[in-house]
Design a binder for this molecule. Structure first.
Ligand SMILES: Nc1ncnc2c1ncn2[C@@H]1O[C@H](COP(=O)(O)OP(=O)(O)OP(=O)(O)O)[C@@H](O)[C@H]1O
Length: 785
């Protein structure tokens, strides 16, 4: 082994030398290219002959400008490439590779040693790979096989052979700290070490230890939809991010980072995962939250509720007399049935029911809503719906043109002319002269009548501009009223409704109309409202996006998926989630993503399940899996730790004292990220105030942007997707977690812990913990006074 290690260290030195050499070369290239770009920019105009005297000269100028721009863009692109390569090589200096396979390809005399790292490295002759990129086809053998027959797929076909041995290396600053023959060692030593580390400010890449089932997700390449249902901590987010890196490598000639969109649950999560791709030498994909999209599209319409507002209501307002109606509304408005109902409603609008906004000008109606409706439905019924709206817009513009002519003669225009300031007058005068083709130095003057007529034209045109803009953006369609009508008249508007609505539909309608009339759009109405808008006016889709990945997908409603699908019609979709962590009320009964199969059809859909959990120690996983039905299938990774502890306390004073003491203790043990997790924002705010004695304690709210290390108080639904060295569940009592409906939220809170989990309960312990206690997965402390 020593001899082997020595040989490997020597090889590593050799690789490091070549790396240093290549870095030197690329540095020179990058500096030269940079200078070229800078010089080019500086002298750009010197090489362009700008001549606009006649058409030929102008054409020549345009061609020469375009050529210059192309050369500049090429130089910039070369410089970008070199900088990217330089960054990869520098990263490799720290750790050139992490794995090796000895693979004997069928038909070849001996096994080849294939070293695998975050990027590839050729020997100076350019003939051999010293290191293969982890995304290269051959590297998949490293992740997918144990010694024995193995194969991998290349664009030219499948390569078969035998994997003789497989190695993992721990290299730091050019030194091999250890190497493991993973064909011999039991358990995954490197993974043990990686998982034993502290939680970081940012998520880390997992390329050195990707597991076989995760690799299937990363390299998946068939069909339009990949669904990943995975246990808490099973690496769904990690797999999603490495998948993006893989796609950017495999399709480097066709797909760029800005053609990939990751839907994240909240702003803090966005910063938490933002380092993984740069760490892998790739640019970050676009990251959005669904809420950001809604805010952007719905701004200026209603007072729009966000998902946290809805969740807080669900968690804290059960005494509200309208609670049950709202819960029924939340569930129904999330469903595919409601999606179909909206589609049917939209179809019904072909025959009648459209609502319009009268065009008013200076207090008078130019075209009334009724006239528009008559015109809209008076046309040939075979005329396509969307065509009819455009056609109506054209008609309205004509009506405005007519009105414009009449307006010019009205007294208000004369008054406006008289009130023009000198500057406005001069400006208008100059413009009119120009329009009439009078040169600046010409003596010729504009006739008085002509001038007045022109001024009147200008004034009326300017005043009518907002109206014209409103027409071009189709604002004459009264979308708010059309949406409202769905609820107000729904019981009369069509047979398509029958049998499709829940029992509480009449109450739902009443509640929705009330909210809309008060100017409020509840979160459950946001996507349906937008959907109806898009179905009426035409979808504002984005065809340049090639891949959409949706993390924490259990929190999206089937209706939202339908919507996202239409938003990105050219994209493939990867959906990752865990129904045991579904915290939003609409998913209360959902257990899997089967409902999504019909999005693209079964032949375009593949589902992968991840059962192994990596985040937490074995005792923590044994505890958390006992909190959910069917949790037995979740496999903990063999990592030791203490059993979670449940401490019952007599009152809140003792609770806060115990938490404060525990935080001090955990800090002294070296835990860097400690979360006190509460049920809701309301509970978090109370705890934060009571625990203010804890040094540098931070409160996380839904407007928090950055995930910070240290001690935080956080509501469970915001902790989704992230992890902490130690988690303290603020109050796991019956009073807080009384209902079965809170099980998923409670599970989400507990599964955030990597190394240490402590639960408190003020008074009687929640029934959600019954099984964990009876099966002995939690150590129950004496009651603290
Ligand atoms: N193959 C792996 N190698 C090293 N670490 C891994 C691996 N897979 C997962 N992990 C680690 O496990 C933790 C959980 O991973 P991740 O957050 O991706 O899981 P998740 O399934 O998205 O979890 P959740 O659903 O609970 O949000 C992270 O710290 C991640 O780095």
């Amino acid at each position: 082994m020593d001899k082997e290690l020595r040989q490997e260290q020597e090889r590593l030195f050799h690789v490091m030398d070549i790396l240093a050499e290549q870095i030197g070369m690329v540095e020179e290239d990058a500096a030269r290219q940079r200078k070229e770009v800078v010089d080019f920019r500086k002298y750009f105009w010197e090489d362009v002959t700008v001549n606009q005297d006649n058409f030929d000269d102008l054409l020549e100028t345009i061609i020469s400008l375009r050529q210059q721009a192309e050369v500049l863009s090429l130089s910039q692109s070369s410089h970008r490439q070199s900088s990217k390569r330089l960054a990869s090589l520098r990263r490799m200096q720290e750790n050139p590779y992490f794995g090796r396979i000895d693979f004997a390809e069928d038909g070849l005399p001996k096994a080849e040693r294939i070293y695998i790292g975050v990027s590839s490295l050729m020997d100076p002759s350019g003939d051999d790979f010293l290191v293969y990129d982890w995304r290269a086809p051959v590297s998949s053998v490293y992740y997918d096989f144990t010694p024995g027959p193995a194969e991998y797929t290349t664009p030219g076909g499948t390569i078969r052979g035998e994997l003789k041995r497989k190695w993992q290396y721990l290299i730091r600053r050019g030194q091999i700290e250890s190497m493991f023959d993973t064909s011999l060692t039991i358990g995954d030593e490197v993974l043990q070490q990686v998982l034993g580390q502290s939680a970081d400010k940012h998520m880390r890449s997992i390329v050195a230890t990707i597991q076989q089932e995760q690799n299937r997700i990363i390299r998946h390449d068939d069909g339009r939809l990949l669904i990943v249902q995975g246990a808490a901590g099973s690496g769904k987010t990690s797999a999603a991010l490495q998948r993006i890196a893989y796609l950017l490598y495999k399709y480097r000639d066709r797909i760029t980072a800005d053609q990939i969109v990751l839907f994240s649950p909240n702003a803090m999560f966005k910063t938490y995962v933002s380092n993984v791709l740069p760490e892998l030498g790739e640019e970050n994909m676009q990251q959005v939250t669904f809420q950001e999209y809604l805010d952007h599209r719905l701004s200026g319409t209603y007072e729009v509720e966000d998902p946290y507002g809805q969740l807080e209501y669900v968690l804290t307002a059960s005494d509200d007399p309208e609670y049950q109606t709202r819960m029924a509304a939340i569930r129904f408005k999330a469903s595919v049935s409601f999606f179909e109902l909206i589609q049917a409603y939209r179809s019904s609008l072909e025959k009648g029911g459209m609502r319009f906004q009268s065009l008013r000008f200076r207090g008078e109606t130019l075209v009334s809503a009724e006239e528009m409706e008559k015109k809209f439905y008076g046309e040939d019924a075979s005329f396509r719906f969307s065509g009819r709206i455009e056609w109506l817009a054209t008609w309205l513009n004509e009506r405005i043109n007519e009105a414009e002519k009449l307006e010019r003669r009205k007294p208000w225009v004369q008054e406006a002319i008289e009130l023009l300031s000198n500057e406005q007058y001069e400006l208008a005068y100059a413009r009119i002269r120009k329009k009439l083709g009078l040169k600046e130095d010409s003596e010729e003057d504009v006739e008085g009548d002509h001038l007045t007529a022109e001024l009147a034209r200008m004034i009326v045109r300017k005043k009518l501009k907002p109206l014209r803009e409103g027409i071009s953006t189709l604002q004459f369609v009264n979308l708010n009223d059309i949406y409202r009508r769905l609820y107000e008249d729904s019981l009369h508007i069509g047979p398509w409704l029958e049998g499709k609505v829940p029992d509480a539909w009449a109450d739902i309608c009443q509640l929705t109309v009330k909210n809309l009339d008060e100017g409020r759009l509840s979160y459950e109405d946001t996507t349906p409202f937008l959907l109806l808008n898009e179905l009426i006016l035409g979808f504002q889709s984005n065809v340049s996006i090639r891949h959409v990945l949706i993390d924490e997908a259990q929190d999206y409603s089937p209706l939202q998926f339908e919507f996202i699908k239409r938003l990105f019609p050219a994209a493939k979709m990867t959906v990752l989630g865990d129904f045991h962590q579904a915290v939003f009320a609409h998913a209360a009964e959902a257990v899997d993503f089967d409902v999504l199969t019909h999005l693209y059809g079964a032949d375009q859909t593949e589902a992968i399940t991840l059962q192994r959990s990596y985040r937490s120690t074995k005792p923590i996983v044994e505890f958390t899996r006992s909190l959910i039905p069917g949790g037995e299938v979740i496999e903990p990774f063999e990592r030791n730790g203490n059993k979670p502890v449940l401490t019952a306390v007599t009152d809140h004073e003792v609770l806060h004292r115990s938490i404060s003491d525990q935080v001090v203790e955990l800090k002294s043990q070296g835990y860097a990220t400690i979360a006190i997790i509460c049920k809701s924002a309301t509970e978090s705010a109370v705890a934060f105030k009571a625990l203010s004695g804890i040094d540098e304690l931070k409160l996380v709210t839904h407007s928090s942007i950055e995930y910070k290390q240290g001690v935080v108080v956080i509501p469970a639904y915001l902790a989704k997707g992230i992890e902490f060295d130690a988690v303290l569940v603020n109050d796991a009592s019956t009073r807080v977690y009384e209902y079965e409906s809170l099980r998923r939220l409670f599970y989400t809170a507990c599964t955030r812990a990597m190394h240490h989990l402590q639960l408190y309960s003020v008074g009687t312990v929640s029934p959600l913990l019954e099984r964990a206690i009876s099966e002995g997965h939690v150590q129950v402390d004496e009651i603290c006074h």
